[in-house]
Design a protein around this ligand. Structure first.
Ligand SMILES: Nc1ncnc2c1ncn2[C@@H]1O[C@H](COP(=O)(O)OP(=O)(O)OP(=O)(O)O)[C@@H](O)[C@H]1O
Length: 882
């Protein structure tokens, strides 16, 4: 049997199943495009009677062209090219022989084949398929007769799909059949009659039965219109006679499907109603599903192919995109009245041309042959396993692994050196502060000694601006640690030896007294040289918009010199003086704040109302969080934003105090835990990291609570925005959230009690709910002004629409500003508010990077510090705050 050549592959399925569809079983199929042919029928008698001209013409063997014959309706000729086109004079035999035969006869070689007729109603599908089926069967029998060396078995089955119901055309019973999907067999029809054919006449008789059984009906367009899809299946099995019953016996099994689809039709054209209309709907629906499958297949993507959308496509799946060779005959009526439907048919055909199938020779082995084959296969695999992989591939693998190891080693080395550097810096700093503490002679902590902010004795907070800029990095670095670690009142003169000011002398004396000046200086210069400047640069970058904004607004309230340091200093004062300790008392009943501001070394009178030069008490209008100043300074009604750097500094300090408290609580000797923690009177902060799984919920709860409290306490919108944008759910932020929550709860309680903070705490803190509300109102007005400056007219218009402000109403900007941050329950509103405020103040949404840049990652529990305490009460492993 010459047709079975080298292309032969093995399928273990009795018939082509899903594996075959996918080219499974390791067999390689033949990629084949669907053959698409077009057949034009002659004009029917009715069409001629109506005087309809033929609008389509086959201009050669592969091209069909539309030429409008109406002179008053000239249309550009449209040509469609296919594998073969047949004009109206062509006989079905020609169509078969020149277009279909090769595909159809694949079945005798063990390859599934499918022949479809697709076209509108009355276009000649049944006419064509009847002939094609007969010619194919005749050729098959002819082939059988010529190949006596093989034993053939032919089986025939037939189904119709009528209104989405499957029916066996060879059964007298009218029971609907069911479709099943089987892992081995693929989709199959249950209980379908399959007749083993005796001879050609037997088959002719059965085809006649099918014809009689098939649902047809008269429509306006076709006196005998097929109202169902018909699939005739001829299965051909063949085996070489000489091996029959022997071990080597193999059988080729394949099916030829002859598919006569029901015709697409337009209800209006077919003038269908009632039963015909219902049939038409089902027909069109299943044809639509077929069209979709073809279209998707033609796109060649890996997209999902909706075979399961109709019974027709489920059954035809192997013929459409699987293990089969397929030919589609598109039948056309040339009449004018069918132009639209003809075009649709040609478009369908054009898509189908692109569809590729993967036909395989289906070989079924006898059990004995199968066992033998499997044994051979096992032996082959075993020998493959025994043979080591080729040395070259092993070498390449080892090399790649080596490279990976080397890369990782390098990374580890780098990380280690970074760690060592950080540790040594920290130790240097600790040592520096420790040395100073030892020699400053302040002795043990007093219960009244609050955490220091690190301003040298004898210098007012605002005078800290005199510290040279060169020292500012170091100053900050040391200050942060000192503030966080000691809780003591010792001060460190970092500008010692460089300042010629009286304050500088004071500082000198404080250090000269213990003789550690040189050591501090040397450490300082080393730190300065080692200190990465990136943070400062980043801070500067962030501050820039605020500075320019300040310029926009007129002038800043700061004095001209060292505004950055002054700002920070004020910020710290705001924090220490008001935020955390307002209303809290020391053991002896002294307001904690007073005790803080009155600590030794701080100039008398430099309490909340600073005595620093250029420091106007009236301008001390930093909000509690020190984020915004809405001032009357200079009488110019200037509004100033305090930079995010200061905001962050405050946060850090607050968190630091809490962290210190935690450490103190762990400390059994209570050396400074007593005063710092107990006097502040806060509970230890729960360790959120203990339950990481609960943190997201906890975060949302806390965030919601904070948002509510901000609203209740009339907190600055800029502060809210910073906070909201900086802390987005990182568990390491729990401490900041907790601190904010406590501050706000405290403030709310104070407000609700109607108590007024003592004079000492009036200043940056809003002294009453009324004052808070007024400040908030001023802030909203300022933001409204910013809308004019920061947003384009178009953006503003968009904004009004978004925020539901009527475009013809008055004071629209103010209306928007008044709505900001008001709907505390709605997180979307909150997000929008934060985003708008950020834009108005020139802050890009900070996100994680910025957060980390500022070192806002307070995770005290992640790496528990060793229990050892340094000489001045510092713990190694304390988190870095800057
Ligand atoms: N090529 C042709 N030459 C001559 N007559 C044809 C040709 N094609 C179709 N006809 C005639 O046109 C009429 C309609 O054909 P047919 O029933 O095959 O159409 P159909 O597409 O199957 O329609 P339906 O979808 O409604 O079943 C029939 O009378 C048929 O004999």
């Amino acid at each position: 049997m010459g047709a079975i050549g080298g292309d032969q592959s093995v399928q273990w399925d009795k018939v082509a199943g899903p594996d075959a569809v996918n080219g499974g079983g390791g067999s390689v199929g033949r990629m084949d495009r669907i053959q698409v042919l077009v057949r034009l029928r002659p004009l029917s008698e009715k069409e001629v009677a109506r005087g309809e001209p033929a609008e389509w013409e086959c201009i050669n063997d592969t091209t069909v062209m539309f030429r409008s014959t109406f002179p008053d309706r000239p249309t550009a000729p449209t040509a469609y090219t296919f594998d073969r086109v047949f004009h109206s004079d062509c006989s079905t035999k020609e169509v078969y022989e020149e277009g279909v035969r090769e595909v159809a006869l694949s079945v005798v070689s063990g390859i599934n084949s499918s022949i479809f007729a697709y076209g509108q109603t009355s276009s000649g599908k049944t006419y064509t398929m009847t002939g094609v089926t007969e010619y194919t069967v005749a050729d098959i029998y002819d082939y059988i007769n010529k190949h006596e060396e093989r034993a053939f078995v032919l089986k025939f089955s037939a189904i119709e799909i009528y209104n989405e119901v499957l029916r066996d055309l060879l059964s007298a019973e009218n029971t609907p059949l069911r479709l099943w999907d089987d892992a081995e067999k693929g989709t199959y029809v249950e209980n379908l009659t399959e007749v083993v054919l005796r001879d050609w006449n037997h088959l002719k008789g059965l085809i006649a039965v099918c014809e009689a059984q098939r649902r047809t009906g008269e429509t306006t367009l076709n006196e005998k219109s097929s109202r169902s899809h018909q699939i005739l299946r001829l299965t051909v099995e063949s085996s070489a006679r000489e091996f029959l019953g022997k071990d080597k016996s193999t059988t080729l099994v394949a099916s030829a499907n002859f598919v006569d689809l029901a015709g697409s039709e337009r209800a209006s054209q077919a003038l269908s109603a009632g039963t015909r209309l219902k049939e038409g709907c089902h027909i069109n629906r299943s044809l639509l599903a077929l069209g979709t499958v073809i279209r998707k297949l033609s796109m060649g993507s890996n997209a999902h192919i909706p075979y399961r959308d109709s019974k027709l496509t489920r059954i035809l799946q192997p013929s459409l995109g699987g293990n089969a060779r397929t030919a589609i005959i598109c039948t056309l009526s040339p009449a004018t009245s069918h132009i639209e439907q003809s075009r649709n048919t040609l478009l369908f055909g054009s898509c189908a041309k692109e569809v590729v199938t993967n036909a395989q020779v289906n070989v079924v082995m006898s059990d004995k042959a199968l066992v033998k084959h499997l044994q051979k296969e096992v032996a082959r695999l075993e020998s493959e396993l025994r043979q080591p992989a080729s040395s070259s591939s092993l070498e390449a693998l080892v090399k790649e692994k080596d490279n990976q190891i080397r890369k990782m080693e390098k990374e580890i080395k780098e990380l280690k050196s970074q760690r060592d550097l950080a540790q040594s810096r920290l130790q240097n700093l600790l040592q520096t502060v420790g040395d100073h503490a030892k020699h400053s002679g302040s002795g043990k902590r007093s219960a009244r000694s609050p955490p220091s902010i690190g301003i040298p004795p004898g210098i007012s907070r605002d005078d800290s601006s005199q510290i040279s800029h060169d020292d500012s990095d170091l100053y900050k670095e040391v200050r942060c640690i000192e503030t966080s670690g000691t809780g003591r009142n010792e001060q460190l003169d970092l500008s010692a030896g460089e300042s010629s000011s009286p304050q500088g002398s004071n500082m000198n004396s404080s250090l000269h007294g213990n003789g550690s000046n040189a050591s501090v200086n040397s450490r300082r210069s080393r730190l300065l040289s080692e200190s990465p400047i990136t943070l400062e640069q980043h801070l500067e970058n962030i501050r820039r918009p605020f500075v320019s904004l300040g310029r926009d607004l007129g002038s800043l309230t700061h004095n001209s010199s060292g505004s950055r340091i002054l700002g920070r200093s004020r910020s710290c004062r705001s924090l220490m003086g008001s935020t955390m300790f307002d209303g809290m008392e020391m053991d002896d009943g002294t307001p904690l704040h007073r005790s803080l501001v009155g600590f030794p070394g701080r100039p008398e009178g430099d309490h909340r109302r600073g005595s620093a030069p250029n420091y106007d008490a009236e301008s001390e209008t930093l909000s509690r969080a020190g984020t915004i100043v809405s001032t009357k300074t200079n009488g110019a009604g200037v509004t100033e934003f305090t930079g995010i750097g200061e905001f962050v500094a405050e946060l850090k300090e607050m968190a630091q105090v809490h962290y210190q408290k935690q450490l103190g609580n762990q400390d059994t000797d209570g050396e400074f835990g007593d005063c710092t923690i107990k006097s502040i009177g806060l509970d230890p902060i729960a360790d959120a990291s203990q339950s990481p799984s609960r943190w997201p919920l906890e975060f949302e709860k806390k965030q919601q609570e904070i948002i509510g409290l901000w609203h209740a306490c009339s907190i600055s919108l800029v502060h809210r925005t910073y906070f909201f944008l900086l802390f987005k759910g990182d568990q390491a932020d729990s401490i900041y959230m907790e601190v904010e929550l406590r501050r706000l709860s405290f403030l709310r309680d104070t407000y609700s009690r109607g108590s007024t903070p003592s004079n000492a705490v009036v200043g940056s803190l809003n002294s009453s709910p009324v004052a808070s509300a007024k400040k908030l109102q001023r802030e909203r007005e300022m933001l409204a002004r910013q809308m004019q400056k920061r947003l384009t007219a178009e953006e503003r218009e968009h904004l009004y629409t978004k925020w539901g402000i009527s475009l013809d109403s008055k004071k629209r900007k103010l209306q928007v500003a008044r709505r900001l941050w008001t709907n505390t329950e709605d997180l979307e509103h909150v997000r929008d508010s934060a985003s708008l405020v950020a834009k108005l103040i020139g802050l890009q949404e900070p996100g994680q990077v910025l957060r980390e840049m500022f070192g806002l990652s307070f995770a005290p529990q992640q790496q528990p510090p060793p229990r050892r305490r340094s000489s001045n009460g510092w713990r190694y492993g304390i988190p870095s705050f800057g």
